[in-house]
Design a protein around this ligand. Structure first.
Ligand code: NDP
Ligand code: OXD
Length: 311
């Protein structure tokens, strides 16, 4: 049997994915057409999807078995009412490794006060050595594939790491919190706070003026999660008072971040252009093909999105 697979993303993505995808399908013994479009949507078995895809109406795809997202964050598709088949999200070793490197790099920048020491003003400051990591508390909101890996990397560097999730969790090397009370606790401790939550109705605007005020004065924020997790004006206000010393932001309410946005010029904000981590076709194609195999065998999907909780 020949499967029909629609690869729905931009041209640049196809260039990167075509080789690894065809190689993985071949290695799995799957005979498949993989095209960028089909004249007969009813013949399509699987859609490999990114938020850059123009595809919004899935109703003509009447024989679809699943939509397989190449992105970890699925907020732009998970509430699509025309999508009535299983939706899977991306958990890819390459994506996780990239995120661990991004978070660790920016965390160490803040921990070591690298900006202060590199941009020396010509004044010798021998008494400004940073504390050891064991004396620095790091909080990670979101203990999923990415958050747990970043939190554990920080723990391996000896940071005192706390994590927060929706459901109670136990992750080696960290102190875990959950629920509203747990949020208050972790915020009160985190000198460096990392946001790795998905965007849902529950997490939208989470970091508002009140929650920013719960952090220790002078805390640093790193947000590679989603822009809508933070109330922009409240963050700027917290930077003005020194409540927040610095925010490193990779994701924004509007992307690309408009050139007139205050974040670009604010001295307390570092902007990176949504590059914290990227799904790597070399490793991720295997994950996509594994889910196609599972669908064919009637086995449960990996990384199935729970459309009720929204991630
Ligand atoms: P997961 O779905 O694996 O993990 C999500 C985590 O967030 C879980 O621990 C979950 O809790 C927790 N969570 C969800 N809702 C709540 C809530 N209301 N209260 C408390 N905790 C909550 O996601 P990933 O780790 O794979 O990815 C996280 C996000 O990172 C993505 O959704 C995406 O937005 C972003 N991302 C950004 C990239 C970039 O380049 N900037 C690249 C890839 C992803 P529980 O464990 O209880 O379910
Ligand atoms: C993702 C992302 O969700 O790149 O995969 O942000």
């Amino acid at each position: 049997m020949t499967l029909n697979i629609l690869f729905s993303d931009r041209d640049e993505a196809w260039t990167k994915w075509e080789g690894p995808l065809r190689a993985e399908l071949h290695a799995a013994g799957i005979t498949a057409n993989v095209h960028r479009s089909y004249d007969t949507p009813q013949s399509v078995d699987f859609v490999i999807y990114s938020p850059a895809s123009p595809l919004q109406d899935f109703s003509p795809y009447t024989n679809l078995k699943a939509v397989l997202s190449m992105w970890a964050g699925v907020e732009s598709i998970q509430d699509n009412r025309t999508l009535t088949v299983p939706l899977t999200r991306m958990v890819d070793p390459g994506l996780t490794e990239g995120m661990v490197e991004y978070v660790t790099g920016h965390m160490l920048r803040h921990h070591l006060g690298l900006d202060r020491h590199i941009k020396s003003s010509g004044t010798w400051m021998p008494k400004t050595a940073p504390p050891l990591a064991r004396n620095r508390t790091v909080g990670v909101l979101g203990l999923g594939a990415l958050g747990a890996a970043c939190a554990q990397a920080a723990a391996r560097l000896n940071f005192d790491v706390h994590g927060w999730s929706r459901t109670p969790k136990s992750v080696a090397g960290l102190t875990c919190h959950d629920g509203e009370e747990g949020l208050g606790k972790i915020l009160s401790l985190s000198e460096i706070l990392v946001l790795l939550l998905p965007l849902t109705d529950q997490t939208r605007d989470l970091m508002n003026a009140h929650r920013l005020s719960l952090l220790p004065k002078g805390a640093c924020l790193i947000n590679p999660g989603r822009g809508h997790l933070i109330v922009d004006d409240d963050l700027v206000a917290a930077l003005e008072t020194g409540q927040i010393a610095h925010a490193t932001l990779d994701v924004f309410r509007q992307e690309p971040l408009p050139s007139s946005h205050v974040f670009w010029s604010h001295p307390g904000i570092t902007v990176t252009p949504h590059i914290a981590a990227e799904t790597r076709a070399e490793t991720a194609a295997k994950v996509i093909v594994e889910n196609i195999i599972r669908a064919q065998k009637g086995q449960p999907f990996l990384h199935l999105v729970d459309r009720t909780s929204g991630y």
